[in-house]
Write a protein that binds this ligand. Structure first.
Ligand code: GMT
Length: 373
C-alpha cells in the first residue's frame, strides 16, 4: 500500500505515533509518505520506502496568519496524485482532518477517491477542538473522515460528549516498540545522580496541562525524606515557572532540566519513578514508554491514564493535584524494595501488551477495509 501520513513533526506523542507507525509499515514493504511542515523528529534515518514531502509556506504581508491548511491541502493533492496514494491517515484532527476533506473534494473532481482516516490524539478534542472558535469545523471534518479512531476509550467518550459525531470511533491505543528497550545501553545514572540519589523523571511539552509545578512540589516533599534528583525532560511554557518554584522550595540544585531529548529511553533506563500528573491526558505515551523500561508510574487518574497505568499494579494514580497522595506513593515505593520490584516487573509486562506488533495490525485492517470500499 501507498500510505499518506499527516502529522505534526514535533516531539509530542501524536507525531511520534504517526512516524513510528509509518516506519513500521515501510519496514513491511509498504510506502509511507509523510506530509508535514518539517522533517518529523523520529524520521531521523533514510529508511527504505519512507518519503518526506515538505509543506512549504509563502508569507504575504496581507496575511495575519499563514493559511497552513490551504498549503497542506494542496500538498496532499499533489502527493496523492503523483504517488498514487491508497489512503491518507491524518493524526490530530486540527487542522489535518479539515485539510484532508478539502484534498478529498479536489481529487474527487478528477475521479480520484482517496479514503481518509483521522486519528484523534487528545487535545485536538479535549482542549483545542471543543473551543467554539474551532468546534463546528472540527466536528464537520471528523464526520467527513471515512474512518475515525481514538487512542483511548476515554478520548472516544470525550469526543462523543463534546461533539456530534455520527461515525463509529474505533479505539486503537498508542504503542511502543519493545525492541528499542531490549538493547542494552550504558546507564546514565552516575551522570544524573553521582551520589546514588533516587531519580524521578517527567517528560512532556511542559504545557500547563502537564502540571509541572505539581511535580516540583511533590519532589520537594520527597526530597525531605530521600536523597533524590528530578529530571525534567522537554521544553515549553511552564519551564521557567517550574524553575522559579524549585528555587523557592530550595530544591533548585537537584532539579535537572535536560531540554528536548530524542533517545528518552536512555534517561528512562536510569529512572526510579516516572511522574505524569496531568490535568487532562488522553493516553500518556510517555508513561507507557517509562513502563517499557520497567519504571513505575505515578500519574493522575484523568482521561486515558488509567487505561495505561494500573493503580497498585504498574504504579499509582491519584486525583489531579493530590500532592500528598503522590508523595506518599513515591515514598512507599522507595522504602520497599519488594514493592518496587513488583511494580517494575508488572510495568514492563503490561507495556508489552502495547507493543507495535500487537497494535499496528489494527491500523492495517482499517487501511485494507477502507481501500476495498
Ligand atoms: O496535546 C498534547 O499534549 C500533545 C499531544 C500530541 O500531539 O502529542 O498529546 C496527545 O497525544 C498523545 C499521543 O496520542 C497522547 O499520548 C497524549 O496523552 C495526548 N495529550 C493530551 O491528551 C494532553
Amino acid at each position: 500500500m501507498n500510505i499518506g501520513i499527516v502529522c505534526y513533526p514535533t516531539f509530542g506523542g501524536s507525531g511520534v505515533i504517526a512516524t513510528e507507525l509509518g516506519k513500521y509499515f515501510a519496514s513491511k514493504g509498504h510506502n509511507a509518505h509523510f506530509i508535514t511542515y518539517d522533517q518529523p523528529v523520529r524520521l531521523n534515518t533514510v529508511q527504505p520506502n519512507t518519503f518526506y514531502h515538505e509543506v512549504s509556506m509563502h508569507d504575504y504581508p496581507l496575511f495575519h496568519y499563514q493559511p497552513y491548511e490551504l498549503a497542506l491541502s494542496s500538498k496532499m493533492v499533489q502527493v496523492i496524485r503523483k504517488w498514487k496514494l491508497d489512503v491518507l491517515h491524518v493524526h490530530y484532527a486540527i487542522p489535518h482532518a479539515y485539510a484532508a476533506f478539502m484534498a478529498k473534494k479536489i481529487l474527487a473532481e478528477e475521479g480520484i477517491d482517496i479514503p481518509v482516516i483521522t486519528t484523534l490524539h487528545g487535545t485536538d478534542i479535549t482542549l483545542v477542538g471543543k473551543n467554539p472558535i474551532y468546534r463546528d469545523a472540527v466536528n464537520f471534518s471528523i464526520n467527513s473522515s471515512d474512518i475515525v479512531t481514538s487512542v483511548s476509550e476515554s478520548l472516544k467518550s470525550d469526543t462523543k460528549s463534546f461533539f456530534d459525531i455520527k461515525k463509529e470511533i474505533e479505539v486503537i491505543p498508542n504503542f511502543i516498540d519493545k525492541r528499542l528497550y531490549e538493547t542494552p545501553k550504558e546507564c546514565l545514572r552516575r551522570q544524573f545522580a553521582p551520589e546514588g540519589e533516587r531519580i524521578i523523571t517527567h517528560i512532556s511539552n511542559f504545557r500547563p496541562v502537564k502540571r509541572l509545578r505539581d511535580i516540583v512540589r511533590v519532589f520537594a516533599e520527597v526530597r525531605k525524606h530521600v536523597k533524590a534528583r528530578l529530571l525534567l525532560v522537554g521544553d515549553g511554557p511552564e519551564k521557567e515557572h517550574a524553575r522559579l518554584l524549585a528555587g523557592e522550595l530550595n530544591v533548585y540544585d537537584d532539579v535537572i532540566f535536560t531540554g528536548k531529548v530524542l533517545d528518552i529511553d536512555r534517561i528512562l533506563r536510569c529512572t526510579d519513578v516516572f511522574m505524569l500528573p496531568s490535568e487532562k491526558e488522553s493516553f500518556g505515551l510517555s508513561a507507557l514508554e517509562a513502563m517499557a523500561c520497567g519504571v513505575p508510574v505515578i500519574s493522575s487518574n484523568t482521561g486515558g491514564l488509567p487505561e495505561v497505568n494500573i493503580h497498585g499494579v504498574t504504579g499509582y494514580t491519584t486525583d489531579v493535584g493530590d500532592i500528598d497522595g503522590m508523595v506518599s506513593h513515591i515514598l512507599d515505593i522507595f522504602s520497599s524494595p519488594a514493592l518496587e520490584e513488583t511494580l517494575r516487573v508488572a510495568a514492563k509486562k503490561r507495556s508489552l501488551l502495547f507493543d507495535i506488533v500487537n497494535v499496528a495490525p489494527h491500523y492495517e485492517a482499517l487501511y485494507i477495509r477502507v481501500i476495498k470500499k
